[in-house]
Design a protein around this ligand. Structure first.
Ligand code: DGL
Length: 269
């Protein structure tokens, strides 16, 4: 199976695009809804939570896990790949979503000035500036943390004017850095759910980059180059949705964000 991990619901925006691109595989999704948001926690806590989530996905049968969460990708991925997998699961793989997104924006910018919006942990890790400037050292990266957004989105308050105001506050703060910014990464998978709100508040000359399509293309490419992993993946229409919390809110939000009703399997991490 292909596994997807997020602190909560944001990873569903990536899963939806990947499923469209690669429909013949079986998928298992895990949202750590009991402990979301991760974005304002310390690196140590995010690493511990992510390791627990990945372990649970492996137990369910995932051969390859995508950290469909920028916070986990920027803070925990390297340690998971370098310390945790070699010791505990040498034949499984975990991939993140920062590098493919960084490559995309570095190759599209004409003005060589770009913006990144994300959680506090993602922004303070400097994962995006590091990866973008690896591709093109001339690109200037402006960053803005948006700590209010994930809690409001996880509360399901997508229509609330307070959310609109918060998006405006953060996009205005980002654009105050430079009027030359021509591309902005929505560097948190939750933000893809309110992509239109970002577009409304950013100048029309700015290209808004959400991650679903980018990750779908990169994953298809990865699987075509790694037959040792691809050959182990289950081919079926099986879908498993796991959450560390099962409540009315979580069930309602899974349906809202995935686009159809799903059965939630409650798991302990
Ligand atoms: N969806 C996440 C991300 O991409 C995590 C948000 C959070 O838990 O704070 O960063």
């Amino acid at each position: 199976m292909l596994g997807f991990f997020d602190s909560g619901l944001g990873g569903l925006t990536v899963l939806r695009e990947v499923e469209k691109r690669l429909p013949r595989y079986a998928y298992v999704y895990l949202g750590d809804n009991a402990r979301t948001p991760y974005g304002s926690h310390s690196h140590e806590v995010i690493y511990k939570f992510t390791k627990q989530g990945v372990t649970r996905l492996f137990k369910e049968g995932a051969q390859l896990v995508i950290l469909a969460c920028n916070t986990a990708s920027s803070v925990a991925l390297r340690r998971i790949q370098q310390e945790f997998l070699p010791e505990k699961f040498p034949d499984r793989r975990v991939l993140g979503i920062i590098i493919p997104t960084a490559e995309e924006i570095a190759s599209m910018t004409k003005t060589k000035e770009v913006g990144v919006l994300g959680t506090e942990a993602t922004i303070h890790s400097f994962a995006y500036p590091k990866e973008i400037t690896k591709v093109d050292a001339a690109v200037k990266v402006h960053q803005q943390a948006c700590p209010l957004l994930v809690p409001i989105i996880e509360a399901g308050e997508l229509e609330w004017e307070g959310l609109d105001l918060a998006v405006k506050k953060y996009t205005d703060a980002l654009m105050r850095n430079s009027s030359k910014i021509d591309g902005v990464i929505l560097g948190c998978t939750h933000y893809a759910l309110i992509e239109e709100m970002f577009k409304k508040h950013l100048p029309p000359s700015v290209r808004v980059i959400a991650q679903g399509n980018i990750i779908a293309d990169k994953l298809a490419d990865y699987l075509s180059r790694h037959s040792e992993i691809e050959s182990k993946l289950e081919r079926s229409d099986r879908r498993i949705f796991m959450s560390s919390e099962d409540s009315w809110r979580v069930r309602h939000l899974f349906e809202l964000f995935y686009g159809k009703k799903v059965d939630i399997k409650k798991v302990s991490l």
